[in-house]
Design a protein around this ligand. Structure first.
Ligand code: OGA
Ligand code: NI
Length: 350
């Protein structure tokens, strides 16, 4: 039986995984808007894959050439694939495995970690802030992993049993990657290497496992609707084989390929602001697959909630005047503008 027929008209409280398993029709709330509603963009052909620059992390401190490659990647794409980052392949497999094991638990078991309606932390889906909001075809497990005193362990699964240890170890590795990226970006602009690290202060690390069930109507939904990340940077561990992420580049959607063991790193709005607009926070979205599930792990690195973000002083010159106001770019601030349909960063432009 199609359980959706007896369910209430709004599917807001359902997990996408349950809908995918039980529904024979697509609930209205998931039907995506047409691309033109997001601005003048051309729809991507499924085969259009981006030639995203691949950066060898082990060379960033010794090779000016590699640093330059990073700089141009972040100026033109806002995004790159990092290889030789020092995290073992086997460990990355484990990080994916604990996520998949979690999403494959029974609905009741997962609901022990259910988030509160107006919060992001925990298991669930998109925060619903308006009645006409189109819902994303994904379920999430969102956990603040650093600083350690901000962890809310009631949302951290104990099943699989190694979940907490593996995620804890991964968080420490993300802190190191974050530092390498921020130092490299500063050096790429001839700034003191600690310039961005100091500008942002301690940043949080928020891990979000994204689970995209396979979908019988892949053209009619989006895994995640178009957005840019609010963070300083985001470090994405992609599914090992299923693609889906697309970037908006020169008015066209282009797909990001899966590079074995790479971390896909993008700058977010806070870095665009900090760099006075030199580095671009890319608009991106996620497509879903009709046959295969997909799982990714995004680690967002945003400033602490009360931290004000602004362009670093050295980048404000007569030729390159200040482009952004100083602003407390918190998640609440971001979501508020995002739900109104615009890009939150536009509200900070001078
Ligand atoms: C995100 C995001 C991309 C993906 O979580 O903000 O853009 O491929 N994820 O899951
Ligand atoms: Ni994103």
């Amino acid at each position: 039986m199609d359980k959706c027929h007896s369910a209430p008209a709004n599917h807001v409280n359902k997990q996408v995984q349950e809908i995918a398993a039980n529904c024979h029709h697509l609930p209205k709330r998931y039907i995506r808007k047409q691309d033109k509603e997001y601005g003048p963009v051309t729809n991507a052909s499924a085969s259009s894959l981006a030639d995203l620059p691949v950066i060898d992390f082990s060379l960033l401190t010794s090779s000016p050439l590699e640093l330059n490659k990073l700089k141009s990647a972040v100026i033109t794409w806002g995004c790159f694939q990092a290889i030789n980052h020092g995290i073992e392949s086997l460990f990355l497999e484990k990080v994916r495995e604990i996520g998949k094991m979690f999403f494959h638990l029974s609905a009741d078991e997962k609901k022990k970690y259910l988030k509160e309606e107006k919060d992001v932390e925990g298991y669930g889906n998109d925060i619903v802030l308006s009645d006409d909001q189109v819902l994303d075809w994904n379920d999430r497990l969102y956990l603040t992993v650093l600083p350690k005193d901000q962890r809310k362990f009631r949302f951290w699964p104990t099943n699989p049993t190694n979940f907490r240890d593996v995620l804890d170890e991964y968080s420490c590795k993300m802190e190191l990657i974050y530092e390498v990226v921020l130092k490299s970006l500063a050096r790429a602009l001839n700034l003191h290497e600690d310039c961005f690290l100091n500008q942002f202060g301690t940043t949080k690390k928020c891990a979000r496992y994204n689970y995209y069930p396979s979908c019988p109507w892949p053209e009619r939904v989006l895994g995640v609707k178009p957005h840019a990340d609010s963070s300083a940077i985001t470090i994405l561990l992609q599914d090992e084989e299923v693609e889906g992420l697309q970037l908006l580049k020169d008015g066209k959607w282009v797909g990001v390929s899966v590079v074995h063991d790479a971390l896909t790193i993008n700058v977010g709005d806070q870095m665009e602001i900090g760099s006075n607009g030199i580095f671009k926070s890319p608009v991106h979205r996620v497509m879903v697959n009709s046959k295969k599930e997909r799982m990714t792990l995004a680690v967002f690195c945003p400033v602490l909630s009360d931290q004000v973000v602004g362009p670093v002083d050295e980048l404000i010159t007569e030729e390159t005047p200040r482009m952004y106001k100083n602003v407390a770019y918190s998640l609440d601030y971001f979501l508020n503008y995002f739900q109104q349909g615009g890009r939150p960063i536009d509200a900070c432009k001078i």
